[in-house]
Design a protein around this ligand. Structure first.
Ligand code: C2E
Ligand code: MG
Ligand code: MG
Ligand code: MG
Length: 297
């Protein structure tokens, strides 16, 4: 192809494609090795609710620790896992690993974990995997996890393209107490009036919208954020804003009725033990402060 192509665009295009294919093959091979060796870990990013001094839930985010995939994040390797049929194994690994970590921490922090929700991302391809609910229930039983504290995050693209089977599965998952979160809302193709047909408990406004909120004001983005919050309000669906990095963004979103927030302004993703320990300290210091206030005659 390269030889026959005229110099210029055509040649460059095929060269770019070759680089892209090589990159993808490299990630695919790295993933296979990482999966065989269990070379992954989870980081947890706290989600804060308005008026709550400690985080109410934590989102599990996968990281690959295999040296072949150094610096390759889930934004890059999850799509490859989806394309090559590895995602089911990977999602299941995440679910079990997450349950096991929570189970282990229960020994030490039982009371403090009881009111912490945990959110796990699953690929929208899972909507075509009828085995998923039974697998989640089996793993939850094995690790003594209360499904009423589990959130599953899915992107809207999947919901639209797997409609009948997806709706059935989400309904089943919800019957077991699991809550469904529509992730990255605003980047896909959900018509707003479709929201009422999906069995969802919460929306997450995509980081790209939050990023552009600034004090100087991007009128266009502001109005998009406003529209999303308003639509969610009409359908009675609470909203989490993702990617909150500044006080201004937080203030703006809170004023507009956003219910909860996640982003570097609060905390980057950390090990679960660290998140729980921080939360424990925050709870204790608030309790301590309350005790002092109450003791004042
Ligand atoms: P997501 O589910 O939308 O997760 C949010 C992403 O935004 C995370 O990136 C998080 O670190 C990042 N983020 C949140 N707040 C901020 C902020 O204030 N500033 C900046 N710069 N970034 C912020 P991450 O961990 O790289 O994950 C990327 C995507 O990969 C996730 O997007 C999710 O779609 C997917 N993913 C991550 N973990 C898993 C997993 O265990 N299973 C599956 N199936 N997908 C996963
Ligand atoms: Mg997510
Ligand atoms: Mg998201
Ligand atoms: Mg995302």
């Amino acid at each position: 192809l390269g030889k026959r192509a005229l110099p210029g665009h055509t040649y460059c295009f095929s060269e770019e494609m070759a680089i892209e294919m090589k990159r993808e093959a490299h990630i695919q091979q790295g993933l296979r090795k990482a999966m065989d060796e269990g070379a992954f870990e989870l980081k947890f990013m706290p989600i804060h609710q308005r008026d709550k001094p400690w985080c109410t839930s934590a989102e599990a985010l996968i990281r690959c620790t295999h040296p072949d995939l150094e610096g390759v994040g889930p934004d890059l390797f999850i799509p490859v896992a989806e394309k090559y049929g590895m995602i089911y194994e990977l999602d299941l690994w995440v679910i079990e690993f997450c349950f096991r970590e929570i189970g282990a921490l229960k020994q030490e922090f039982r009371e403090d974990i009881r009111d912490l929700r945990v959110a796990i991302n699953i690929s929208s391809l899972e909507l075509n995997n009828p085995k998923l609910p039974a697998q989640i229930i089996m793993l939850a039983n094995r690790h003594d996890i209360d499904l009423n504290t589990l959130d599953l995050e899915l992107t809207e693209t999947g919901l639209v393209s797997h409609k009948p089977s997806g709706l059935k599965m989400l309904t089943e998952l919800r019957q077991h107490g699991i809550r469904i979160i529509l992730d990255d809302f605003g980047t896909g193709y959900t018509a707003f009036n479709q929201l009422q047909h999906y069995p969802i408990d919460r929306l997450k406004i995509d980081r790209s919208f939050v990023n552009e909120l600034s004090i100087s004001g991007q009128a266009h983005t502001r109005s998009l954020v406003d529209v999303i919050l308003r639509v969610a309000e009409i359908y009675g669906i609470p909203v989490t804003a993702e990617g909150v990095e500044t006080q201004e963004q937080l203030n703006y979103l809170a004023q507009r009725g956003c219910h909860s927030f996640q982003g570097y302004y609060f905390n980057p993703p950390v090990a679960l033990t660290k998140l729980i320990a921080t939360r424990y300290q925050q709870k204790r210091s608030v309790e301590h402060a309350c005790a002092i206030v109450n003791a004042v005659p």
